[in-house]
Design a protein around this ligand. Sequence first.
Ligand code: BTN
Length: 331
Amino acid sequence: MSGKAGERAMYRILELLRQTDAFVSGEEIGRQLSVSRAAVWKGIRKLRQEGYEIEAVTNRGYRLISPETMYNRQELETGMKTRYMGHPIYFYAETDSTNNRIRQLAVEGAAEGTLAVAEVQTMGRGRRGKQWSSPVGSGAWFSLLLRPDIPPAEASVLTLLGGLAVCRALEDISGMQPVIKWPNDILLNGKKLVGILTEMDCEMSQVHFVVLGIGINVNTKAFPPELEEVATSLFLESGKTFSRKLVVQKTMERLEEYYDIFLAAGGFAPLLDEYRRRCVTLGREVTVLEEKSFLATALDVTPEGELLVRRSDTGEEMVIYSGEVSIRGGV
Ligand code: BTN
C-alpha cells in the first residue's frame, strides 16, 4: 500500500476502533474496510508508532485505549463542532512560532479560520518582544487566521474578543472562573494562565489579515523560577489534568460564536457587558506603562476596546489604546 493509501487506511482503522470500547478482530476490521489482514496489522503498527495505545489480545482483536491523551491533527479534527474556526488544521510537532506559520499560510491565501497548532514552539513570542515558554506536552500553543473586512483602527477589539472567548471556553471546561486583565491576559487566582498575541497585516484603510496567537498553560506542573510567582496552569490550580484537544476545540467553538456576533453587529458592543463582567482591571488602581508610567484608576472599557482611566495625579480622564497596564498588587 502506498504512503498516502496506508495513512488513509490507518485513520480509517482508528475511526473504527474509536466507535467502541470493545475489542474488534483483525478480520472484522479487514472486512469493514475491504483491506487485507496484513494491511490491518500494518495500520495498527503505524498507529502505535504515532503514539496511540492499542491493546491486542489473541482471538479477540484490537482495542483503543484512552485516545483522549493524543494530541495531533487527526484528534483535533475529530469532534470539532465548528463551521469554519479551526478548519483546516495544521499540526506541527515542532515549529518556531505558530504565529509565523499562520502568517505564511495567510500570504499563500489560506482561508479565515485556518488553525496552526504546535506541540512545541522553539521561538514562542510574547508581547513586547518577550519570549513565550512553550515546552512539550503541557500547553496549548496555537494561532488562528482571521480575515475581517474592517479598517485597521477597528481591529484592536479582536484582541479583546479573543480573550473573552478563551476565558469562557476555559470556564466551560474546568468549572473554574478565570478573569481577564485588559486587554487580553487571562488570570486564575491572580496568576497568568493564558497569553494572547495579536498580529495584523494591513494597509491604511483595510485589514488583510489578523493572526490571533494563543498560549494556554494547560497541564504545566512547574514553571521556571522566574515565572513561578506570576504564571499558573489549569493543572496547578485544580490538581486535575485536562485534555488539550478539548481546550483547543472549545476555544474554537467560543471564538466562532463571539466572532459571528461581532461580524453581525459590525462591532464589539453586544459583547461589551460580558467583557466588563469578566474584566478584573475595572475599578482597580493600575500603573499605565507608557514612556512615562503613571498611576490611574481603570473606569471602563469602551466599545472600541480602549481602557478609560482617571489619572491619579491630575484627575484627568483619558483612554489607553493598547499596551500594558499592571494592576497594583497583582500581575
Ligand atoms: C503574551 O505575552 O502574553 C502573549 C503570549 C502569546 C503566546 C502564543 S503561543 C501561540 C502563539 N505563537 C507565538 O509565538 N505566540 C503566541
